[in-house]
Design a protein around this ligand. Structure first.
Ligand SMILES: [Zn+2]
Length: 465
């Protein structure tokens, strides 16, 4: 048990660490090159200063991962992994309240690119490692070689580059070259246990599953011609119609992870709101959608709608070379996110069905994909995650959830490491946290961080102790 003064000091250190990380412009695609290794080196220095011996590897020059292993006495089972990525998405600074790489502290928040996705969690995981190393040193032990007092399993800290572009030069590279950095009995990673206020209750959705992703490039073939004489087979016109058809929301389908979420939410809500949760899970799609709009604000409704169906989001449309030339070819790229049970073949069939009579004019190429991920919303670790949240917020309701997006958990799955989204934050009601991911004015609350660090620390000590 750490005292109040230790936690107050740890919070200050956490905020300093987060601000330093935000100031390192580890943007992906790299701009400037090398900043991802700079972030890894910064973390390695921090860990070295605590008497640890972190390792740093580059998959390609400038793209560094950092790793350290804290030893347990080995009587408690396999390692526990604290996983994270230190890269961030690019940013257009116009419209930000504070410059995105200045890490300004104002109005109770740390502002900056990566504050949410996911440098706050990098900083929390690193601080947990630091606190454990200090525990060893306080007992006169060398934390780089000797077991940390109280730990019965090893704790791994692994922070990677390139998550924001799919992880090829990050976690995927590590799966192949350093699987020992990722192989564990269980892992925690980004995007879970961040409070959500709904109908007067505070929920903590713990990510136990994530949707799959399939990306397609569609070449639409038309005919070239002179812009003075319009034609129906103008590839831009055909592509516009194709995009319209692709973007229509598909039929809802309730899968195991979302049924579990709705059941848990329903059980915690007052009767009126519980009836809405029940309607969302019922068979009538029109009633379900109306209930969804009434129960949630637009941000959560959008997420839940995405979790109730396979989605298709057109992201790129290219056609044409000059205004007076009718384009003979157009290219569309679509981002499809699949529910458990939907295969790549199913998704492709759906895309062709949507294209309908345009399909003969289209070449549909599969670019990249990964299947959905599912881990049990039960068992020792899951129960511990829930109990720890409740211990720190007695009014909080932990619930299992599926992420509509993909994380590095896609790749740790290849090594059989159950990876839960658990980056605990207790936000103010009304904080539009989901919209800050890759968005403008990314920021994380100081009080949310103050709540989150001891939660994560207790989970590590609980699972490994
Ligand atoms: Zn992320």
């Amino acid at each position: 048990m750490l005292g109040a003064a230790t936690w107050a000091a740890a919070h200050d250190e956490l905020v300093r660490l987060l601000r330093d990380l935000i100031r390192i412009r580890s943007v992906n695609p790299p701009d400037p090159p090398g900043a991802e290794t700079e972030a890894a080196e910064y973390l390695a220095r921090l860990l070295r200063a605590e008497g640890l011996e972190p390792e740093l590897v580059e998959s390609v020059p400038g793209r560094g991962s950092v790793h350290v292993r804290l030893r347990g006495d080995g009587t408690g089972g396999g390692p526990f992994l604290l996983l994270s990525h230190h890269d961030v998405v690019p940013v257009d600074p116009s419209g930000w309240t504070h410059p995105p790489f200045d890490a300004v502290v104002a109005d109770g928040y740390v502002w900056g690119r990566g504050a949410v996705d996911m440098k706050f969690m990098v900083a929390m995981e690193a601080m947990v490692v630091v606190l454990l190393a200090r525990r060893a040193r306080a007992a006169g032990l060398d934390p780089s070689r000797e077991p940390i007092p109280g730990l019965r399993r090893d704790v791994l800290f692994t922070c990677t580059p390139d998550e924001e572009a799919g992880g090829t030069d990050g976690v995927m590279w590590l799966v192949e070259h350093r699987p020992d950095w990722l192989r564990a009995d269980a892992a925690v990673n980004e995007a879970g246990a961040v409070s959500v206020d709904l109908a007067g209750r505070r929920f903590y959705p713990i990510m136990t599953a994530e949707k799959g992703r399939e990306t397609y490039r569609i070449r639409v073939h038309g005919a070239w011609g002179h812009g003075s004489m319009p034609r129906d087979d103008n590839a831009a016109v055909l592509a516009a119609e194709a995009v319209r058809r692709l973007a229509i929301p598909g039929e809802p389908r309730l899968t195991g992870p979302i049924r579990a979420l709705l059941d848990a939410v329903e059980a915690a809500l007052p009767p009126d709101a519980a009836a809405l949760a029940r309607a969302i899970a019922a068979d009538d799609p029109r009633r379900a959608d109306a209930a969804l709009s009434r129960l949630c604000d637009d941000m959560y409704a959008r997420a839940l709608r995405a979790l109730l169906r396979d989605t298709i989001s057109p992201g790129v449309i290219h056609a044409g070379i000059k205004y007076n030339i009718i384009p003979g070819e157009a290219v569309i790229e679509i981002d499809c996110r699949t529910l458990p049970g939907t295969t790549e073949g199913d998704m492709r069939e759906e895309v062709l069905a949507r294209l309908g009579d345009l399909a003969p004019r289209c070449d549909v190429e599969h670019v990249i994909g990964a299947p959905p991920v599912q881990w049990p919303a039960s068992g020792d670790l899951y129960e511990l995650l829930c109990d720890t949240v409740r211990a720190h917020d007695p009014d909080g309701v932990p619930v299992p959830v599926m992420a509509p997006f993909a994380t590095d958990g896609k790749w740790t799955q290849l090594l059989g490491t159950p990876t839960y989204g658990f980056s605990p934050l207790r936000n103010e009601p009304g904080e539009r946290f989901l919209e800050r991911f890759h968005g403008q004015d990314e920021r994380v609350g100081l009080e949310a961080l103050r709540w989150g660090l001891p939660v994560l620390y207790d989970v590590v000590c609980g699972f490994c102790g």
